[in-house]
Ligand binder design. Structure first.
Ligand SMILES: C[S@@+](CC[C@H](N)C(=O)[O-])C[C@H]1O[C@@H](n2cnc3c(N)ncnc32)[C@H](O)[C@@H]1O
Length: 314
């Protein structure tokens, strides 16, 4: 089996690669930021749960930062095994791999830190009749019809697995539907969460390609831009078609008050009807109206990647 070496700030991690286990991608960006900004540091005396561990990279970095114990959990039994083996390969001893669909089999230890880089892809390659028997990495990385299954479990349930003062650190993406993420943070962690990072990335056609249409379909339903293009004023918008094949543009417009999710429909006159995602007509805009997004500056589509920290009262 091939071994890869990754550098996370001052830490070097060796990982055995397995064809059925997710190979780190965004985890390097996530962990480098957390370590370099001191959000992950000296974890002595801390019990850590790495949720959706894949290769183990996130939990291993926590172990190298001194965590007392690291639980590496994944729905995929192979990933849980590979992650634990990788952790030992990196000199960690108090580690445990646990196969678990979300929190179902997670030991109820009160953790000091639950940390995750959850999946975001909606179901496409998963055989829904046998979701426990996936072999393709891409299928293991799918999380429900809207891609939110694992992130929602974290936001709604991680608190119950934290000891007093314990923290949840998770990534999320506009591809998850950001408004719902913020709603759940406000509901389950009121006044006890902060966004610590945001970065825009280009959608990679080779990698995200099969999912683009599903994200477009989802954003036509709720107006929450998951993937978008940019105009010369950096305004975000998604030119696509609705379910009936008619051209629409999904964006945010300030019509009266703060920017709000808006779906623009091209009228036979060449004007645009601005509608709320619920289908209410807001106004009609002429094709020259400056509030309409301009031409895309490039062919690229983008998404935003976020990191959040939330905590339980001490
Ligand atoms: C984006 S990968 C992240 C892997 C690793 N933490 C990293 O950052 O490289 C998401 C992981 O979540 C796992 N996963 C998917 N659905 C899950 C579920 N329902 N419960 C637990 N883990 C799940 C996948 O098997 C995959 O290893």
């Amino acid at each position: 089996m091939r071994t890869q070496q990754l550098q996370i700030s001052h830490l070097t991690v060796q990982l055995m690669e397995h064809p059925e286990v997710w190979s780190p991608l965004s985890a390097v960006e996530m962990l480098s930021f957390l370590v370099e900004h001191g959000i992950l540091k000296a974890l002595d005396q801390q019990q850590v749960l790495d949720f959706g561990t894949g290769s183990g990279i996130v939990g291993i970095v926590c172990g190298l930062l001194g965590a007392t114990s690291v639980t590496l959990s994944d729905y995929s039994a192979i990933a849980a095994q590979v992650a634990a083996a990788n952790a030992r390969q990196n000199g960690l001893t108090n580690v445990m791999g646990v196969q678990s669909d979300r929190f179902q089999q997670i030991p109820p230890t009160p953790y000091d830190l639950v940390i995750s880089n959850p999946p975001v892809q909606p179901w496409l390659f998963t055989n829904l009749d046998q979701p426990d028997n996936r072999t393709q990495v891409a299928a293991w990385n799918e999380a429900g019809a809207d891609g939110r299954l694992v992130l929602d479990a974290l936001l709604t349930t991680a608190m119950q697995f934290l000891g007093p003062g314990g923290r949840l650190i998770t990534s999320s993406s506009s591809r998850h539907g950001h408004r719902q993420t913020l709603n759940l943070l406000d509901t389950y962690w009121p006044q006890r969460w902060r966004q610590i990072y945001a970065a825009q990335h280009a959608i990679l056609p080779d990698y995200h390609g099969p999912y683009i249409q599903i994200w477009q379909h989802l954003q036509a339903l709720d107006g929450d831009l998951r993937i978008y293009q940019l105009d010369e004023r950096d305004r975000r918008f998604a030119p696509q078609t609705d379910a009936a094949g008619n051209p629409i543009v999904i964006t945010e417009l300030s019509l009266s008050g703060p920017p709000q999710p808006t779906i623009l429909r091209l009228l036979p006159s060449g004007d645009w009807a601005a509608e709320s995602p619920q289908g209410d007509r807001l106004t009609i805009l002429s094709a020259q109206d400056d509030r309409l997004p301009g031409k895309a500056t490039s062919e690229h589509w983008y998404y935003e990647y976020y990191l959040f920290e939330a905590w339980r009262e001490g």
